[in-house]
Design a binder for this molecule. Structure first.
Ligand code: AKG
Ligand code: FE2
Length: 391
């Protein structure tokens, strides 16, 4: 098995692609880092309507719950000393915690969008940053209880607009027996990405998302970095060991716009085609490029949601040998706040394990299971016929 990658050539390059009989689509390169394309009219008006109605029929749930888990407990279970936590947070190991090191961690952990101003309020309120330089050394850090941030937020009260993600979503199965539009969509995604259909078929179901007016999704990566010990959620079955590190291994994201948004709701790629990627410079005191409520206008690239358009990008680089390589950090993206109207999108993620052998083992396991199921169902139907003959 080998993973073809579509060539971007250069930003603005347009290639014609044949995805459905009797129609030629145009696929435009939007950026090379990440490798990102836009295909207008990927879905017809009718197809967009069907997907939205199926999602409504199934019912949508909040994408994120409001109450974070009790962190004090977790830390006690892990039994970490303040030194250990400090070292873990100090990404660049300079003996000081920069605001971005604290913010990144607390946002991932609690799902609440703490801002630089919140951080300053917490430091001031608890008098932790005595030299007032905005950085915490170990001694200052010791003055912070591990649940200090949560206490602060709970006292304040948290609104949905302060979450990392403020939307509702549902999942739609696309396999045999699913609505024809959903099956067609998956076939079209296979043709578009030129990936083996077995891979696409074993990927996550379609995720349909609805943002109300005021909804947003702050900038994030759809899938995490891979270390030698990282396991993929989808190939858990085929893993020989259990790993504390798990990510969803979403090689490609295909994002569909299902309606026209009255105002706002663009998809932002704040560092697309940047010369460098530096996590530290993303969160500055005055401009936080990850914040899609405040600073969408300052990112490098924004895609306007147009009904029927698809965009797709690679969340991982190639390993140079036809398989998945390292995470592409430039794939950072988010949904800008919807200032007027509602926004409907759908995500098709294509899951590939960077560990080729594990992906292969997983696919083999699934196909064995499917064969067994077929045999059983055949046996059952034979019995069925015999019983009828007996009568
Ligand atoms: O709503 C958007 O434009 C982006 C959605 C997104 O990034 C996601 O659902 O992972
Ligand atoms: Fe995303």
């Amino acid at each position: 098995m080998y993973l073809p990658r579509i060539e971007g050539i250069r930003v603005g390059h347009v290639q014609k692609v044949s995805l459905v009989p009797g129609k030629v689509h145009e696929m435009k390169t939007l950026s090379l880092k990440p490798l990102l394309f836009e295909i207008p009219e990927f879905l017809s008006e009718e197809e967009c309507g069907v997907v939205v109605r199926l999602a409504q029929l199934k019912g949508l749930m909040e994408s994120q719950v409001m109450v974070p888990e009790g962190q004090e407990e977790l830390n006690q279970q892990l039994n970490l000393t303040p030194e250990e936590i400090f070292n873990f947070l100090d990404l660049n190991q300079d003996g000081q915690l920069q605001p971005h090191e604290i913010l990144t961690h607390s946002r991932v952990r609690d799902g609440i969008w703490l801002t630089s101003e919140n951080l300053k309020e917490i430091y001031d309120g608890l008098k932790v940053d005595q030299d007032g330089n905005g950085l915490l050394n170990l001694e200052e850090f010791r003055r912070l209880k591990s649940d200090a941030f949560q206490r602060f937020l709970l006292q304040r009260g948290v609104e949905r607009s302060q979450l990392v993600r403020n939307s509702r979503h549902t999942w739609l199965y696309q396999g045999q027996g699913a609505h024809q539009v959903l099956q067609d969509l998956r076939k079209r995604v296979t043709t578009l990405t030129r990936l083996p259909s077995s891979l696409v078929e074993l990927s996550e179901p379609l995720q349909v998302v609805r943002y109300e007016q005021g909804g947003h999704y702050h900038a994030h990566h759809d899938s995490g970095p891979v270390y030698p010990e990282t396991a993929c959620t989808h190939t858990r079955l085929a893993a020989n060991t259990t790993s504390p590190f798990q990510t969803s291994c979403r090689y490609i994201t295909v994002l569909f716009y299902l309606n026209n948004v009255e105002e706002g709701g663009e998809t932002t790629f704040p560092v697309a085609d940047n010369r460098t990627y530096e996590e530290a410079s993303l969160i500055q005191n005055d401009v936080d490029l990850l914040d899609t409520r405040k600073h969408c206008d300052k990112g490098n690239l924004r895609v306007k949601p147009i009904k029927g358009t698809a965009v797709f990008w690679y969340n991982y680089l190639s390993d140079g040998r036809g398989w998945v390589g390292e995470q592409d950090e430039y794939s950072l993206h988010g949904g800008c706040v919807v200032t007027r109207g509602t926004k409907w999108v759908a995500n098709n993620w294509i899951n590939v394990d960077p560990d080729y052998q594990r992906q292969a083992r997983y696919q083999q396991l699934v196909s064995q299971q499917q064969e067994q199921e077929e045999i059983i169902s055949e046996l059952n139907s034979d019995q069925h016929i015999e019983r009828h003959q007996d009568l």
